[in-house]
Design a protein around this ligand. Structure first.
Ligand SMILES: [Zn+2]
Length: 681
C-alpha cells in the first residue's frame, strides 16, 4: 500500500543521514514520483537559464544529479540488504520513470552544448584540474548517453536502455531467489563429519528458523544452504564426498532452469548491449565500456594473456600436489579429482603444510564491531569529523544479496554544503556477508574474511578521505572503473603485515596475540595455490571480454560454449558439462563490471606498485600495531597516495605506464611478476 502523504515521506526529507529506520516500501512509489516531478522542473529551469559557467551550469546540475543519486541510492541499498516482495514491486513501479528521467538528463542538448562552450571558452584555462575533468567527463558521457543521436535512433536507444535495466533487475532477483530456494535437511550426523562447529551452529540455527525448533549444533537436524559461509565451509570441510558433489552441482547450476533461468536473460542482455553499441557507432560493447576506462581492449587482453601464461604451470603443479597429497592420504578420488574435491583437499594440504586451518583467532576488529549494523564517525588528528560510514557485516540469506561491497551514501561536496560554509562530508556503506555470530558465541572471522573487510575498507577510504570539494569527482566518483580496485587491493596487503595483523588478531577467549609461528605459517601460505586462484579470475575476465567483443547472441555458439573454450586455456580441469556459473555472475550482467572484470587484475598490478612504494618508504621500521597505521595516516601518506591517484585521473590521455611510473618508479608488470614468481617458488 503506497503512502501518498508527501510531506511526511522520509525519502523526501532534508537529512544529513538517511532515516533508515523510517523508510519502508510504501514510501518508494510516492516519494520517487514527487522527487522526479521536482527534478524535472529543476532541469527545465536549468535548461532555460544555462550558461557556460560554473555557477550557471555545474552547480545546479550537481544538485539535480546528487538528489537523484542519494534517494535512489537509499532505495537500491535497501533492496540489497533488506529485500522484500513489497520493495521489489515498488521499485518495479518507479523504475521506468527513473530511467526516463536519467535519459532525459543525460541527453539534454542545452547542458551538453554549455559544457562544449565552456571547454572552448577563454575561461577553460582558469579551471582547476578537477573542474576540467568534470567538463571532459560530462561531454564524453553525454555522447555515450546518446545526446548526438537523431530522434528515431534516440528513441530506439532509450528503449534498449529501459529494457536492459529491467533485465539486470530480473537477473539479480533470479540469483537471489535460486540461492534462497535451495535447502537441504540433514539428520544423520555421519553426513556432517568434518564440518566446523561454527558451521554446524549456523546450520542448526537455519533449521530452527525453518521450523525444527529443537535443532542444536551437536545433535541436529541441520539445514544446509548455498549462501557463502555455508557453501564454502561444506566445500572445504565436509568429509562426505557425495554431499560436496550435491552442493557443488546445486551451486554452479543456480538460476539456470525453470522460471528462474537466466540463460535467455543473458543472451538478451548481450544482444541489446551490442545494439546499443552499434547505435553509438561502435562495433561491440567492450568498446563502449573502454571509452571511460584506463585500458584498451588490446591492453586488457595482453595483460590477461601474460598473467595466464605466468600462472598456468603453477596451477598444473598445484593440481599435481593435490593429487599426490590425496593419494598419500589414501583417498579413492586422488586419480579423478573433481571440482568438489579441490577445495576440500586444498584445505587438508594447507593444514598439513602450514598447520593452520584458516586462523580462527584472527577475529581482529571485534572490540568495535557488533552483531548488527554499526555506524562510525571518522575523525582527523584534530578531532574534526571528516567522514562517516555504516558497516553491515553479517550474512542474512533471506534478504541480503551475496558478496561484499562499498557504496556511496553521499560524496564530499562544496556545492552541497550543509551549513553553507564547509563541504558536506562523505558517507559510505560497507556491506559484507561474514558468518554471523551464533547464540552467545562471537563471530570468528577467517583470514579471508579479514581480507575482504580490508578490501571494502580500501574502497571506503578512497571515498571518505578525499579532499576534493568538487562533488562530481570527489572520492571514488569519476575514477575510471578499471582503477577502482586499486585502493581496495592495496589495503589487502596490510593483512599480511606483521604489526597490523598482530595488532588486530587476538584469541577470542584469552585475548592473547596471534602466536608468532602461526603468523609465519600464514605468510608462508600466502602464495599457496596462487597460480590456480589467478587462473580463476583470468577465466572470468576473459569470458567477459570475449562475450562483449566477438560473441554473437543467437549465433552458433552459446555463452556456455564460450566459457568452455576459455576454460581450455584457463582451467586445469574442465568445468562440468552442466556448469552454468554464468547464470549467477552478476558482476558482468547486472553490476558495473561489463567488459571490465579484467579490472581486478589491472588494478592488482597498480596496487602492488602502490604497496611497494609504502615498503620503500621504510614501513618496516615503524613501531608496532595500529600505531604504525595511525602514524602513517597522520603523516597523510595514505591520503597522499589516494590524492595522487585522484590527481592522476584528472589528466587526460592517462595510460597505465604513466600511472605505475608515477607512483613507484617501477614497472608494475615487473613488480607483479615478482609476486607471481614467488608464488611458484
Ligand atoms: Zn572491490
Amino acid at each position: 500500500m503506497a503512502d501518498t502523504n508527501v510531506e511526511s515521506n522520509p525519502l523526501l526529507q532534508d537529512f544529513e543521514f538517511p532515516p533508515y529506520d523510517a523508510i519502508e516500501a510504501k514510501h518508494v512509489h510516492p516519494g520517487m514520483h514527487a522527487l522526479l516531478r521536482k527534478l524535472e522542473s529543476d532541469l527545465q529551469e536549468l535548461e532555460r537559464t544555462v550558461k557556460p559557467s560554473w555557477p550557471k551550469l555545474v552547480e545546479p546540475l550537481e544538485k539535480i544529479v546528487d538528489r537523484l543519486d542519494v534517494v535512489w541510492g537509499i532505495i537500491k541499498h535497501l533492496k540489497n540488504v533488506k529485500d522484500t516482495a513489497e520493495l521489489r514491486a515498488a521499485i518495479k513501479e518507479v523504475q521506468t520513470d527513473k530511467v526516463n528521467f536519467q535519459l532525459r538528463l543525460g541527453q539534454s542538448k542545452p547542458i551538453y552544448n554549455a559544457f562544449k562552450a565552456l571547454q572552448e571558452s577563454p575561461n577553460w584555462k582558469m579551471l582547476s584540474d578537477a573542474q576540467k575533468r568534470i567538463v571532459q567527463k560530462q561531454i564524453k558521457e553525454a555522447v555515450l548517453n546518446g545526446v548526438a543521436l537523431e530522434d528515431g535512433k534516440r528513441e530506439e536507444f532509450n528503449k534498449i536502455k529501459q529494457e536492459l535495466e529491467k533485465l539486470s533487475k530480473r537477473f539479480d532477483e533470479n540469483v537471489l531467489d535460486a540461492t534462497k530456494k535451495f535447502e537441504k535437511l540433514i539428520t544423520d550426523e555421519k553426513d556432517i563429519e568434518g564440518l566446523p562447529t561454527t558451521t554446524l551452529a549456523l546450520a542448526a540455527q537455519m533449521a530452527v528458523s525453518k521450523g525444527h525448533g529443537d535443532a542444536t549444533a551437536e545433535d541436529g537436524p541441520w539445514v544446509i544452504t548455498l549462501d557463502a559461509p555455508c557453501y564454502n565451509s561444506i566445500m572445504r570441510h565436509a568429509q562426505n564426498r557425495d554431499l560436496r558433489e550435491e552442493i557443488y552441482r546445486a551451486y554452479v547450476t543456480r538460476a539456470s532452469s525453470g522460471d528462474m533461468n537466466n540463460t535467455l536473460i543473458i543472451d538478451q542482455i548481450l544482444k541489446l548491449r551490442m545494439e546499443r553499441a552499434k547505435l553509438l557507432g561502435y562495433n561491440n560493447y567492450a568498446k563502449v565500456s573502454m571509452a571511460t576506462k584506463m585500458a584498451t581492449i588490446d591492453k586488457a587482453e595482453e595483460l590477461l594473456e601474460k598473467l595466464r601464461v605466468a600462472s598456468w604451470d603453477a596451477a598444473v603443479q598445484d593440481m599435481d600436489d593435490l593429487k599426490d597429497f590425496a593419494k598419500n592420504q589414501g583417498a579413492k578420488e586422488s586419480d579423478e579429482m573433481s571440482h568438489w574435491d579441490i577445495d576440500f583437499w586444498s584445505e587438508r594440504l594447507r593444514e598439513s603444510k602450514y598447520d593452520i586451518n584458516e586462523i580462527e583467532a584472527a577475529d581482529g576488529l571485534t572490540p568495535v564491531w557488533n552483531n548488527d549494523v554499526k555506524f562510525y564517525r571518522v575523525k582527523d588528528s584534530s578531532e574534526n569529523a571528516i567522514a562517516y560510514f555504516y558497516f553491515d557485516p553479517y550474512s542474512r540469506p533471506s534478504e541480503k544479496r551475496g558478496g561484499a561491497w562499498m557504496d556511496e551514501v553521499v560524496a564530499r561536496s562544496c556545492v552541497l554544503s550543509r551549513d553553507g560554509a564547509s563541504a558536506r562530508l562523505p558517507i559510505a556503506h560497507m556491506v559484507c556477508n561474514l558468518a554471523p555470530p551464533v547464540g552467545n558465541e562471537l563471530s570468528l572471522m577467517t583470514f579471508r574474511e579479514v581480507q575482504i573487510v580490508f578490501h571494502e575498507f580500501g574502497h571506503a577510504l578512497q571515498h571518505m578521505l578525499t579532499k576534493q570539494d568538487e562533488g562530481l569527482v570527489a572520492g571514488t566518483k569519476g575514477i575510471e572503473d578499471d582503477a577502482k580496485e586499486l585502493p581496495s587491493q592495496f589495503m589487502e596487503n596490510w593483512c599480511y603485515r606483521r604489526d597490523t595483523l598482530m595488532g588486530i588478531a587476538k584469541h577470542y577467549e584469552t585475548g592473547e596475540s596471534l602466536p608468532e609461528d602461526v603468523y609465519r605459517k600464514l605468510l608462508a601460505a600466502k602464495t599457496f595455490r596462487a597460480g590456480s586462484l589467478s587462473l580463476r579470475q583470468i577465466r572470468y575476465a576473459s569470458v567477459d571480454l570475449e562475450l562483449h567483443t566477438k560473441y554473437i547472441p543467437g549465433g552458433s555458439e552459446s555463452v556456455y560454449d564460450v566459457d568452455r573454450r576459455v576454460c581450455e586455456k584457463t582451467q586445469v580441469i574442465p568445468p562440468l558439462p552442466e556448469d552454468r556459473i554464468l547464470c549467477n555472475f552478476p558482476h558482468i550482467f547486472s553490476a558495473g563490471y561489463t567488459a571490465g572484470y579484467y579490472s581486478y587484475k589491472w588494478a592488482e598490478v597498480l596496487s602492488a606498485d602502490a604497496f611497494s612504494a609504502f615498503e620503500d618508504a621504510g614501513l618496516n621500521d615503524i613501531k608496532s600495531g595500529w600505531q604504525a597505521v595511525k602514524e602513517i595516516g597522520q603523516n597523510s601518506e595514505i591520503r597522499f597516495l589516494l590524492s595522487e591517484v585522484e590527481k592522476l585521473h584528472y589528466r587526460s590521455s592517462l595510460n597505465f605506464e604513466d600511472m605505475s611510473l608515477h607512483l613507484t618508479h617501477y614497472s608494475g608488470i615487473t613488480a607483479f611478476y615478482q609476486l607471481q614468481h614467488n608464488a611458484v617458488s
